[in-house]
Design a protein around this ligand. Structure first.
Ligand SMILES: [Zn+2]
Length: 318
């Protein structure tokens, strides 16, 4: 974002944080009360406990970051003297995004530095996009990421740690240019497709995307995010790889991208079968996933993990 259009703190974040009060209490209970843990172990089993603790730790971390994001003064000086900055520092912001046939930068290149996983993830997104929408179609539009080395950057409250990426929505007129989601040149469909692809880049998972098209899936509503998506990836050690897909997930962007690839595979095999590309992992998608796994000589469990995703990369296009 430019300074004239300040990248304000997302309003949605405060709503989310306040609605998480009960989870905060749970997190506190879990970390303090050992006897409570023992009771849970008896009731749920160790595996389930592990899962719960991991979930609560993630919640705690998200809360901590959201608190940080709401605190303007926290960004007044850099480096900040707190442990989180030390954690961030273990992921150097020393990789610069270079334009290619799948990606273009709409702001100066000196603000396009990220962690190695952020940049690798963007290249994967660009690779898939370029296969499906080759030139002269618009490439994936990338704005500010971070300065080299990270730290305070003009016009942003975040973008300090090399894993926040601004991206424009996609236009329906083939132009690589700016727009708002309410403009007539805005393509809801192509923008949703871009979001779906971002979610399953395979390098590092997406923590949150802020964008205000009310019909879009997989985004949180944030103030001032009407003309760009704000994509925040996890750090590479926190949540690497592809998202795991399984029966029961709904309104889930990576499920829709997976469904597209399954349909491409059907088309390639000459089958007339198609599944809905709706982001809902129901029985049809489950059966199709198993069919696909059998054809790829993978374990046919109907769950899309690393190997199934890797095989799907051969079917980005029909
Ligand atoms: Zn941003």
């Amino acid at each position: 974002m430019l300074t004239g259009d300040p990248h304000a703190k997302p309003k949605g974040v405060e709503r989310v944080a306040s609605s998480r009060g009960d989870q905060r209490e749970w997190a506190g209970m879990l970390s303090k009360d050992v006897s409570f843990l023992l009771v849970l172990t008896g009731a749920l089993g160790v595996k389930e406990i592990d899962r719960l603790i991991r979930k609560l730790e993630l919640e705690k971390e998200i809360l901590a970051e959201e608190t940080e994001e709401r605190d303007d003064t926290a960004y007044d000086s850099f480096p900040r003297d707190d442990s989180r900055v030390q954690v961030f520092r273990s992921w150097p912001v020393q990789t610069q995004l270079v334009e290619n046939t799948g990606i273009f930068g709409y702001y100066p290149a000196y603000k396009r530095w990220g962690t190695v996983s952020t940049i690798a993830a963007l290249y994967e997104v660009g690779k898939v996009w370029a296969q499906r929408h080759p030139l002269p179609h618009p490439r994936v539009p990338v704005g500010d990421i971070s300065l080299q080395g990270g730290g305070d950057i003009d016009g942003h409250d975040s973008h300090e740690t090399g894993r926040d990426v601004d991206m424009r929505p996609i236009r329906n007129d083939g132009v690589e240019g700016p727009l708002y989601w309410w403009d007539s040149v805005y393509s809801h469909e192509l923008t949703q497709e871009l979001i779906d692809i971002i979610y399953c880049n395979g390098v590092v998972q997406v923590k949150v995307i802020g964008f205000n098209d009310p019909q879009i899936q997989g985004c949180a509503n944030w103030d001032n995010h009407d003309n760009h998506l704000h994509v925040r990836f996890w750090f590479a050690d926190q949540n690497p790889g592809f998202p795991k897909l399984q029966l029961g997930q709904s309104n889930h962007p990576p499920v829709r991208e997976f469904q597209r690839r399954i349909n491409n595979w059907y088309e390639r095999t000459g089958s007339s079968t198609r599944i809905a590309t709706d982001g809902d992992f129901g029985q049809n998608t489950f059966s199709a996933a198993k069919e696909f796994q059998v054809a790829m000589s993978l374990e046919a469990d109907g769950i899309a993990g690393k190997d199934t995703w890797a095989a799907s990369l051969n079917f980005v296009i029909a």
